[in-house]
Design a protein around this ligand. Structure first.
Ligand code: KIV
Ligand code: ZN
Length: 517
């Protein structure tokens, strides 16, 4: 495919997606996702907002070490300090982009920025010029473009092109536009900009129109779409990558030969990985990756499909990499078979991680007769981590709480020493978490607790995801636990969150002047 007919996919799961309530990820998790995004064929990976926190900065830096095909992008407000940090976070990138933004709508300029339009243009130009000292590839975004005046957009875009911006992003930041209007705006801007830069769109889903708005924009000349896996993102989320890509593939007839470079068979594995890591499951009826997206319940449909698949299917499950949830391995499976299956599932583990995964698999296979692909995916996404295990669960005993006070005895290894304590709580899980708090000396405030069955069978694995704020820190962390036993999975998840929190210290948003943008 010639680049002339290419629509670039810019994935912002690790930045805008992480802004979804409860979706914060630690560095190791971000690396796993970035690696998968590259495998998926994403052109540009927005790896984070370097100035937001030392954790974000470090995650971008580490992602640059593992990503060698996709461009790695770092976000920065149009302020010098942010741009310098973005540039420094990308030092090791093979291909790098700085993405700088400032708001252009009358309401944002007047109330948030308290700047005149001329000042906004000056700030944008100086930001782009500074970004150019770090990389040729500079993207400029007009935040809240969806509610900006078209003549002002043309003026600021002319100025930043002159300063060296190569991609011009038009975000519908608050998800306000309707598809026709969005298309019209992009058509006008595309006609104005011509070949001087690539026009990009970034649509939010507040009215459920992010994907439609993105597609109308492509038809109107946008050559980059910003999107996220599973449509994660601030508030109602961003345009879902899988929907944009599959719509363009399935309805290639209306896109005039324009295509993405996405390997669609990696869509389902990418979706599973992101939901395993964030703990946010797509709704069952979500297009493309929801549990029911390819399930046909009605007899009439099933009959039709058996006679001719196209009667009720406009695309095939295999196109997105959704094979049947294969029964893979059991307790007699050897290391070799395990390694092969892991590779078929698209994981590329280091020898140490492979060894860890195999050991976990053996423990699991001892308790669970049949192990499915989804069990393996979950095991790797949530149990194989390189973050330091400051605290490790050694044992858990819970008392029968049917007639008495719920209580738990927990044994934890810390600094080579085993510590046991017992405590009571409002329920068994509360008792477990409070006892872990007492042993560790860190106080956790549980913000969210979810339990779900992975794969099938009476002995299905329980996956527990917790969202906890420790020691009154401003941001919560996620922890995962996987076990046949829900209480054990809960204890593992809580300790996982604690280790993740400790690995990210010092943490917290370091943005010292959020009014500046
Ligand atoms: O929604 C938005 O405007 C953004 C910008 C930073 C591109 O996320
Ligand atoms: Zn956004």
């Amino acid at each position: 495919m010639s680049d002339k007919k290419r629509v670039y996919i810019f994935d912002t799961t690790l930045r805008d997606g992480e802004q979804s309530p409860g979706a914060s990820m630690n560095t190791e998790e971000k690396i796993k996702i970035a690696t998968q995004l590259q495998r998926l064929g994403v052109d540009i990976i927005e790896a984070g907002f370097a100035a937001a926190s030392p954790g974000d900065f470090d995650a971008i830096r580490r992602i640059c070490e593992v990503v060698d095909k996709s461009t790695v992008c770092s976000l920065a407000r149009a302020v010098d300090k942010d741009i310098i940090q973005a540039g420094e976070s990308l030092m090791e990138a093979k291909r790098k982009r700085i993405h700088t933004f400032i708001a252009t709508s009358p309401i944002h300029m007047k109330y948030k920025l308290k700047m005149s339009p001329d000042e906004v243009v000056r700030r944008a130009v100086s930001a782009v010029k500074l970004a150019k000292t770090f990389t040729e590839d500079v993207e400029f975004s007009c935040e809240d473009a969806g509610r900006s005046e078209i003549e002002f957009l043309k003026e600021i875009l002319d100025a930043v092109i002159e300063a060296g911006a190569t991609t011009l992003n038009i975000p519908d930041t608050v998800g306000y536009r309707l598809p026709q209007e969005m298309g019209e705006m992009i058509r006008k801007l595309h006609a104005h900009v011509g070949q001087r830069a690539i026009i990009s769109v970034h649509c939010h889903n507040d009215l459920g129109l992010a994907v439609a708005n993105s597609l109308f924009s492509v038809m109107a000349g946008a050559r980059q779409v910003e999107c996220t896996i599973n449509g994660l993102g601030e508030r109602a989320g961003n345009a879902a990558l899988e929907e944009v890509v599959m719509a363009m593939k399935t309805r290639a007839d209306v896109f005039n030969g324009y295509e993405t470079n996405i390997n669609t068979k990696e869509i389902y594995p990418s979706s599973r990985l992101v939901s395993a890591i964030t703990g946010i499951e797509p709704q069952p009826n979500k297009a493309i990756v929801g549990k029911n997206a390819f399930a046909h319940e009605s007899g009439i449909h099933q009959d039709g499909i058996l006679k001719c698949q196209e009667t009720y299917e406009i695309m095939h499950a295999e196109d997105i990499g959704l094979e049947k949830n294969r029964l893979v391995l059991g307790k007699h499976s050897g290391r070799h078979a395990f390694k092969e299956r892991i590779e078929e599932l698209g994981f590329d583990l280091s020898p140490e991680d492979l060894q860890k995964a195999f050991e976990r698999f053996k423990v699991l296979a001892d308790k669970k007769k049949e192990i499915f692909d989804d069990d393996i995916r979950m095991l790797i996404a949530s149990e194989i981590t390189n973050i330091p295990q400051a605290f490790e669960l050694v044992g858990l005993q819970i008392a029968d709480c049917s007639s008495g006070v719920p209580s738990a005895a927990v044994t934890i290894r810390h600094d080579g020493e085993e510590i046991t304590d017992a405590g009571i709580g409002d329920g068994t899980i509360d008792a477990i978490f409070k006892t872990i708090d007492r042993i560790s000396g860190h106080h956790g405030l549980l913000k969210d607790y979810r339990v779900e069955a992975v794969s099938q069978g009476k002995d299905a694995l329980a996956k527990v995801v917790v969202n906890v704020k420790f020691d009154d820190e401003s941001s919560a962390v996620i922890g995962h636990g996987l076990s046949i036993d829900t209480m054990l999975a809960s204890a593992k998840a809580y300790i996982g969150a604690l280790n993740s929190y400790l690995s990210m210290l010092p943490s917290g948003c370091q943005i010292d002047n959020c009014e500046g943008v």
